[in-house]
Design a binder for this molecule. Structure first.
Ligand code: M6R
Length: 611
């Protein structure tokens, strides 16, 4: 939520910042702004995407070797020019960008108003900035000292970056709960919410930790804690190529990411799955295998699409490992004082590794003694760092706001983790284990097979592009796929869609069914097939339109459905990876046909770092 970029060094800051903001736009895109220091402070900001900011800066003074930039996802105050960041302090000397939420901003604001401060925006950011200015004014110390004092009073989450007219050779930044990466170049430094604005300049980075303050000059990086003690920066090498964050000839990141799935699944399996040797190698799991295999209970915490992956993992783990599993929305789990016993294991699933609710949920569980296993895509992200053990999904950067390749990679990793635990616990037969290894191995080819038929999926999608509502139904392993299909349609096409277990339909949603309602069944061949065939008949009897994701060659459903989306046959444990693909494309083509920006759907942001 919100993207921040800052630069200090020998280059012109403006082009570095604008390019970086475009890469971070997936994090928020309702307004953007930049502040530059060069014989004074210059500030430009505009409602809308980064392109709108660029338009208003044409012909303006953009000179400066130090600057900060921001792309916003509104929390406090509507998207507008005046609420866009950077904000300027009352005395005009400081400018600041912020990602996160200052929860006690109202109390701080009324203190400041009593002192005569006047506010020009509705944001919590301007409050924090003037609070810092006020501390500096009263204490007479440096900006760094004032920031340290201010942050001790702040409740909430933040990354802040400040520039100061009186110290034009220094950037000051701090973090708690939101991500901040610093790229280290030759006599230059780059700051950003993730590494994508940095990789074309340097691969050496430092991930700033919570409660750290960074004091950055062109040739110096100092890290301190809030107690003013210096801390040694831990420099890491980025394992990321520029091509991975560009569209590569596709019209949209979402389409590119859908089509990347054979490769991302292959990358996820590579070095782990060995069908010949009949092994799964996952060091992060193996190193903690005793604790993991002896877990009394597994709690899965996640949000959104990652939560859907968790629901599928519940089916897989309970069936293969015979360990009870509960799947929780991280946002509910963190606040309801959950009961955690010794021997419980928490699996946190997150693409970004920065989702605030998931992060806080596992921090709390960790305090209570749970073992945390992180299934995360972004290497070095906060969730991956606070987990005891884990496995990366290796899907590469996912830029489209709607999660696609990250979901199938999560399912692939979760299946491997479950198989590994099942093998250790001896709750799976050798034949079944080997069969599932082969099924995993075949996944990339089966996904390619579906993608080769994208044109058919597009034609079906276009038939339904003007519907107002849609119902998605599935049973067993395919029930969470129905939820995911409905979420994709909502996000991308703004069509109201609901996912349900197919049998639950009779307990309410069936009242919605008439000739105008498309019902999308996820009905591949599995243990529930006959049951779902009955459910399809129930919809047809009420004149509903049936679109069915089916196993190729399923004559029964072909004869009943209005439209079919066939996929190759797969074991039901693995089938969700396959059955979700047509639903991703179905949503994509409807979103495009309706003329929407599918990579940046309205009101959404890729990384939800506020609760
Ligand atoms: O980065 P995370 O996986 O933790 O994100 C969780 C959700 O915010 C995310 O899956 C969201 O629901 C996506 N927009 C779904 O497409």
């Amino acid at each position: 939520m919100c993207g921040i970029v800052a630069y200090i060094g020998h280059r012109q800051a403006y082009p570095v910042i604008i390019k970086g903001l475009k890469r971070l736009e997936y994090r928020g895109y309702d307004s953007a702004g930049v502040a530059l220091l060069n014989h004074g402070l210059k500030l430009y900001k505009k409602k809308g995407k980064v392109a709108a900011l660029e338009e208003i800066t044409v012909g303006k003074d953009l000179d400066g070797h130090i600057g900060i930039g921001h792309t916003r996802w509104a929390t406090h105050g509507e998207p507008s020019d005046r609420n866009a960041h950077p904000h300027q302090s009352s005395n005009g000397k400081l400018a600041m960008i912020h990602n996160g939420i200052i929860e006690n901003y109202a109390a701080l604001k009324s203190e400041l108003i009593k002192k005569g401060y006047v506010f020009h925006s509705d944001t919590d950011t301007e409050v924090l900035l003037n609070f810092i200015e006020d501390i500096q004014k009263n204490n007479g110390g440096t900006l760094e000292e004032a920031l340290r004092i201010a942050l001790k009073r702040v409740v909430g989450a933040y990354v802040v970056v400040l520039i100061d007219k009186d110290n034009p050779d220094t950037l000051i930044a701090a973090r708690k709960g939101s991500p901040l990466v610093i790229g280290i170049g030759k006599n230059e430094h780059f700051l950003a919410s993730d590494a994508s604005p940095i990789i074309e300049y340097t691969k050496e980075v430092v991930y700033v930790n919570d409660y750290q303050i960074a004091i950055i000059k062109s040739d110096e990086l100092i890290l301190k804690n809030l107690g003013n003690e210096r801390q040694t920066p831990f420099i890491q090498k980025l394992d990321l190529e520029l091509a991975a964050i560009e569209k590569g000839g596709y019209d949209h990141f979402m389409l590119k990411e859908i089509f990347e799935q054979p490769d991302t699944i292959r990358d996820c399996l590579r070095g782990r799955l060995d069908v010949q040797q009949c092994t799964i190698t996952m060091a992060g799991i193996q190193n903690n295998i005793e604790q993991i295999k002896n877990a009394n209970r597994i709690l899965i915490v996640a949000c959104g699409t990652s939560w859907h992956a968790g629901l599928i993992a519940e089916y897989i783990i309970e069936e293969l490992c015979r360990i009870p599993v509960e799947v929780e929305y991280a946002s509910e789990f963190r606040y309801r004082n959950p009961i955690i016993h010794k021997g419980d294991m928490i699996i946190a699933i997150s693409q970004s590794g920065e989702t605030a609710d998931t992060l806080v949920a596992i921090e709390k569980a960790k305090e209570q003694g749970a073992v945390i296993l992180g299934i995360v895509n972004v290497v070095g992200s906060s969730i991956s760092r606070i987990s005891h053990a884990g496995a990366y999904t290796h899907a590469g950067p996912e830029i489209g706001v709607a999660s696609t390749k990250a979901f199938t990679a999560q399912l692939t990793v979760l299946a491997m983790v479950a198989l590994k635990i099942a093998k250790e616990r001896e709750t799976i037969s050798h034949d079944r284990y080997l069969h599932l290894l082969e099924e995993l191995n075949d996944l990339p080819e089966k996904v390619s097979h579906i993608l080769a038929r994208a044109e058919h999926i597009k034609n079906v999608a276009l038939k339904y592009k003007d519907v107002i509502n849609a119902l998605y139904l599935g049973r067993g392993y395919n029930f969470p796929v129905a939820l995911e299909g409905a979420l994709k349609l909502k996000e991308i096409s703004y069509i109201h869609a609901e996912g349900y277990p197919a049998a639950e339909m009779k307990h309410g949603p069936i009242a919605l069914v008439d000739e105008s309602l498309p019902v999308i069944f996820v009905a591949t061949k599995d243990a529930y097939h006959e049951k779902i065939v009955s459910n399809i008949q129930e919809i047809k009897a009420r004149k509903g339109k049936v679109i069915a994701v089916i196993t190729e060659g399923d004559e029964t459903i072909t004869g009943m459905a209005d439209d079919i989306l066939p996929v190759p046959e797969a074991d039901e444990v693995i089938a969700p990876v396959i059955s979700v693909i047509p639903l991703q494309l179905f949503s994509y083509y409807i979103g495009i046909a309706k003329g929407y920006d599918v990579d940046k759907p309205r009101n959404l942001a890729k990384s939800v770092t506020v609760e």
